[in-house]
Design a protein around this ligand. Sequence first.
Ligand code: BV8
Ligand code: ZN
Length: 254
Amino acid sequence: MNTSSSSLTQAQKAIQAARSIVIFTGAGMSAESGVPTFRDAMTGLWARFPAEALATYDAYIRDPELVWGWYEWRRSKILGTMPHAGHCAIAEFSQRHESAVLVTQNVDNLHERAGSADVLHLHGSLFAPRCIDCSQPGAFSDEHPQEPEGGRRIAPPRCKSCNGLLRPGVVWFGESLPQKEWQHAKVAAEKCDLMICIGTSGLVYPAAGLPATAVRNGATLIQINPDETPLNAIAHFNLHGSARNVLPKLLRNR
Ligand code: BV8
Ligand code: ZN
């Protein structure tokens, strides 16, 4: 980890002094569990599409089998992985700091499987399919689909109430974020005195605006990311390392 021990110590002191903490995670949080990030190249059946082009309502309506197959491939990859030490460090920290708010852009369930509760999913979840017509929640037939690495086209299941197609329970580009989760996350960012931002490229709005909201309202911002992002300019601490390596050191006994 190329994080200077002094910046790590200073960041630990800032956490110790904080009274209201928000933890904000992006796809880089799940990378070391083997879940591809949105920046990673698309593979197999979807290699010719940028993720942003597939993660839309129009793409789904145009080719439901291609898009449902992509989400089932992603769901199968997530079910085949485990949360890593960084997810566990966040879960243990939240148990010691009940007022800490965990906000994620991720659609996987790794925070929950590490023991975090009340996770605010701003971009929905792969594990909550619903009917595209009547919004009735759907259920998966098999808990762990074994999808081939290159993926395959899959006909989406049908709604039990109106026979409409099921859609993934995620927020697609061009769709609004879930109001309750978004309002809660926005107020938490406005009111916190420290935000820890892990594994996000800071490119997808409105979620990507949360760190700036926190800083504008006087909070200290700690960023954990091996790469530079637009957040480097506003973070008080840029810990250039990975989620799995940095989080256990940063949050240990804090
Ligand atoms: C909205 C679910 C408006 C789906 C996702 C045209 C029309 C409409 C809207 C727009 C438009 N143009 C722009 C917009 C706004 C748009 C947007 O921001 N687009 C971007 C591309 C510019 N936003 C939206 O559309 C949002 N809705 O604006 O609605 C509206 C208002 C009113 C009424 C109607 C509409 C909805 C955005 C949500 C999209 N859905 N996910 C799915 O998963 O398939 S977002 C998706 O991309 C992911 O969930 C993820 O959140 C995001 C990618 O961001 P990151 O999480 O940051 O991940 P990324 O891969 O980018 O970066 C990973 C980072 O981790 C990197 O920095 C890397 O260095 C780091 N890393 C890597 N390894 C590690 C690590 N860090 C730590 N440790 C490691 N080991
Ligand atoms: Zn229906």
